[in-house]
Design a protein around this ligand. Structure first.
Ligand SMILES: [Zn+2]
Length: 421
């Protein structure tokens, strides 16, 4: 599938947004890259990771502590991904490119590969968010049906139950399978991978070997195969659930759109497309914000991926008010549990072919009837009526191509004449 083009017909909103954000950084006299808050967080996360790994592998604790530590290590892996790798790969961690590169390489130490990530995430996901067939993040086929245009299979009826298990496999599947699939096919889904240089090839294999030694060979040597496989599965599965759920709450919720290109065009400005396909959650929760590296401020991230996540709470105020001013959608769940509920509802409705798409609605019809006796056996019946006489939103249809709800006129009038004889 070729990458679609966006129609730029409402640039004033995007231009205004960029101007206001530039002014904010000028007035605050601060760089848009990471600051001491991010650097101290990075140190805490990396030191904690090394400490837990060392304790688990070289000072093997009793099994119940080992299990808890494996879960913590999984959480730290996800958190290093969100806070250090993600900002680094976007070039927003530091003003120094070499530090960004180093931050991005943390992904390689954790088993995945930053070269593949750059194509999958920075190029494809950020530019073509929620466009089925291109955005690899919404492709979990055949296990999950994440949008309407994906093929329905009977098992999807239960996807709102078994998705937790599917998510738990993401990280392990990623580091041991999907990275290699991308490497050997030179494709990320339907899009070609950027050309790899010799040093990219060397880096890919060298880091895969380093990771395999650090997370497979060394632990097996020190603690034995059975404790290692249990610990590694707990670690990898927890990391998978955390990584998946944070990604999913930002794009696959009931309110998010999944635009379908028509004649390879998206009839929308790129910034509006980002706002229709992206959602925030729990932005007032400081603990969640700290741990997920501002990915709960996903709207801000998608509009300004080159700005470090530490600035998102402040710039979100500007973005939200600008959206209100321009009448542009801004999808937000106040609490994480609301976002999870919305994600589950989304999965449930896609598990029922053509059901659950439209919200429940009610309407009121008013009809007046008058009979005129024209003769002994002849009656003229006149009727006049209105449908939806109190709420315009009650009559609408759903445009499946644009994935849009189209409201009808506030009232649908009708008149009728009936001659009975
Ligand atoms: Zn990103």
């Amino acid at each position: 599938m070729a990458a679609p083009k966006f129609i730029t017909n409402s640039t004033s909103f995007h231009t205004e947004l960029k101007t206001r954000i530039t002014e904010y950084f000028k007035e605050a006299e601060t760089a848009s890259t990471g600051n001491y808050k991010l650097f101290s967080k990075a140190i805490i996360l990396v030191v904690s990771f090394l400490a837990v790994y060392t304790h688990l592998v070289f000072y093997t604790p009793v099994w119940y502590f080992a299990l808890v530590e494996s879960i913590i290590l999984g959480g730290l892996t996800a958190s290093i991904g969100f806070n250090i790798m993600h900002d680094g790969a976007h070039g927003s961690f530091s003003k120094y490119p070499w530090i960004n590169k180093l931050a991005g390489l943390s992904l390689n130490f954790l088993g995945a590969n930053v070269f593949m990530w750059n194509t999958k995430h920075n190029v494809i996901h950020h530019a073509y968010t929620n466009i089925d067939g291109i955005d690899d993040d919404i492709d979990a086929r055949p296990f999950l049906r994440l949008c309407d245009s994906q093929k329905f299979l009977k098992m999807h009826k239960y996807q709102h139950i078994y998705f937790w298990f599917a998510y738990s496999l993401l990280y392990i599947y990623w580091i041991f399978f999907t990275d290699y699939k991308k490497y050997f096919t030179r494709m990320v889904g339907s899009m070609p991978l950027k050309k790899m240089t010799t040093s990219d090839h060397i880096s890919f294999w060298a880091f895969k070997v380093i990771h395999f030694c650090t997370f497979v060979i060394v632990p097996i040597y020190f603690i034995g195969f059975t404790p290692w496989i249990i610990g590694f599965l707990v670690y990898g599965m927890f990391a998978g659930v955390v990584l998946s759920i944070v990604f999913q709450l930002a794009h696959t919720v009931e309110e998010a759109h999944f635009p379908v290109p028509v004649a390879n065009k998206i009839e929308e400005d790129w910034a509006i497309h980002q706002l229709k396909t992206t959602a925030n959650f729990a932005t007032r929760n400081k603990v969640i914000s700290w741990l997920v590296g501002g990915l709960n401020f996903q709207i801000e991230h998608h509009l300004f991926p080159k700005i470090s996540h530490v600035h998102y709470p402040e710039i979100s105020k500007i973005i939200k008010s600008t959206c209100e001013e321009f009448g542009v959608i801004y999808i937000e769940h106040r609490k994480m549990r609301d976002a999870i509920a919305s994600h589950i509802n989304h999965l449930r409705s896609l598990g029922q072919l053509n059901q659950g798409r439209l919200p429940a609605y009610h309407r009121l019809d008013v009809n007046l009837k008058h009979n005129i006796e024209l003769g002994e056996n002849t009656t003229l019946e006149l009727t006049a009526g209105v449908t939806n006489s109190y709420n315009r939103d009650n009559i609408f249809y759903f445009d499946r191509v644009k994935f849009e709800r189209i409201n009808q006129l506030p009232i649908l009038p009708s008149i009728g004449v009936n001659l009975r004889f």
